[in-house]
Structures are given as C-alpha cells and as structure tokens.
Design a protein around this ligand. Structure first.
Ligand code: DX5
Length: 218
C-alpha cells in the first residue's frame, strides 16, 4: 500500500528551519506541512504566510498550508502568493465552504478541507467532488505531541468508502499523533498522506532516521 509522509514543521527547530526542511526532503518526505494557527479557531498562535514563503524557498516539495484560522477566506490570496501548493481550510471555520473552495482553486492552488475529530465526514458529501484532499484530524487541532484518537479509524474508512462509491480521486490525509505503531492502522483504513510532527522532529533521532522508520512501518 502506497503512502507518503508529510512532516509538520510545528515541531521543527526554528533556529535552522531551512535545514530541517531540506533534511526531510532528502529523507523522502512527500510534502511539507505548515500549521497556521490564529489563537482564535484553535487555542494556540503559530505562523503565517512569511513562514510558508521561507519553506517555499527551502524545498521543491509541495507545501501545504493547513489553516486552523477563523475567516480563512480573508487570507487565501496571501498564502497562495507565499507559495503554498495546497491550501487546507477547516469545515468548521467557514459557513460558505463551496465558495471558499472555488476561491482556492481560482488562486491556482489545490484545495483541501480538514475535519475536527467531532465533525462527521457526511458534511463533506456535497463538495467531495471538488476536493483535491480531505484531511481527517486524528487529534484535536492546536498542538503537536498529542495522543492519536483511535475512534478516528472508522471515520477514515467511511471517507474512503464515500470516495470509492463516487469514483473520486481525492487524497485522504491524516494529521495528529502519527507514530510508527499507528502507520499501519491509518494506511489500512485508507489514508494516503500521513502528517507527522513530533515523530519526525524530535531529540531521539535524526530526521532521516525518523522518516525512514515511519516509511518502513507497514
Ligand atoms: C496539530 C497540527 C499537527 C501537529 C502534528 O493541530 O495540525 O500537524 O503538528 O504533530 P504530532 O505529529 O506531534 O501530533
């Protein structure tokens, strides 16, 4: 079963961010994710378009901007111009999701929608055909280093079934608490892209050792 590792730079050493991104690219990462938090949609404040732009200049890999912010429609152009290839918004953050996806696509970028753990996948049903990616949060968003929520496994399977029944080729991504033991569970459930923060950027091993271990975890 094919899958890709998407390091989240939230856990990276920001004193040498460019090197940390290049190490991940060298180790076979599929994309790089930038976690944008506004202290309102989630109880944490992290980074904005400037960091997306810096990551953009550090790698040739696709860059995802995961917007855990309120009023995402106000910032799509900023993240597109900063160089994000995929812009991910939360279903819970926008009452006009169909229009927001159109806006992302009009900016020439791939569109992804993320669901918090308590949000059912059925809420994506009417826009699924427009998406390039659907992100199932496997922790409550806002912080790295949290425990994986196993109750999300049936949700991933349900989303995969919805896509297969409609013959849609939208990638399923999972994010939060992804560690070596969790990789086979989420991949067998249908995930193709696995976001990993603390499992990639930590004090125990190098980025190359960490990504190699995750990629060999099946
Ligand atoms: C949490 C973020 C995740 C986080 C993952 O809200 O969306 O991307 O950085 O970190 P780990 O892999 O440590 O759970």
């Amino acid at each position: 079963m094919e899958f890709g590792i998407v390091p989240s730079i939230l856990s990276a050493d920001f004193t040498r961010l460019g090197d940390q991104v290049r190490e991940a690219e060298g180790a076979g990462a599929q994309r790089i994710q930038v976690d944008v938090m506004d202290g309102h949609f989630v109880p944490n404040i992290t980074m904005g378009p400037m960091i997306v732009e810096a990551v953009r200049r550090s790698t040739s890999l696709p860059v995802e901007a995961h917007l855990m912010i309120s009023n995402p429609e106000q910032y799509i152009v900023d993240f597109a111009e900063a160089g994000a290839d995929v812009i991910i918004v939360h279903q819970e953050a926008s009452p006009h999701l169909h229009r927001l996806i159109q806006q992302i696509k009009a900016s020439g970028k791939m569109a992804g929608v993320a669901l918090n753990p308590s949000t059912p996948v059925l809420l994506l049903e009417d826009i699924l055909s427009l998406l390039d990616m659907a992100l199932v949060m496997t922790v409550n968003p806002g912080f790295g280093g949290q425990q994986f929520i196993p109750e999300m496994l049936p949700k991933i399977k349900q989303l995969r079934t919805m896509l297969e029944q409609r013959d849609l080729h939208c990638d399923i991504e999972v994010d939060g608490g992804i560690q070596e033991a969790v990789v086979p569970l989420v991949v067998q459930a249908g995930a193709k892209l696995l976001v990993a923060g603390s499992a990639v950027y930590n004090q125990h091993e190098s980025v190359v050792e960490a990504i190699t271990r995750l990629r060999n975890a099946l």
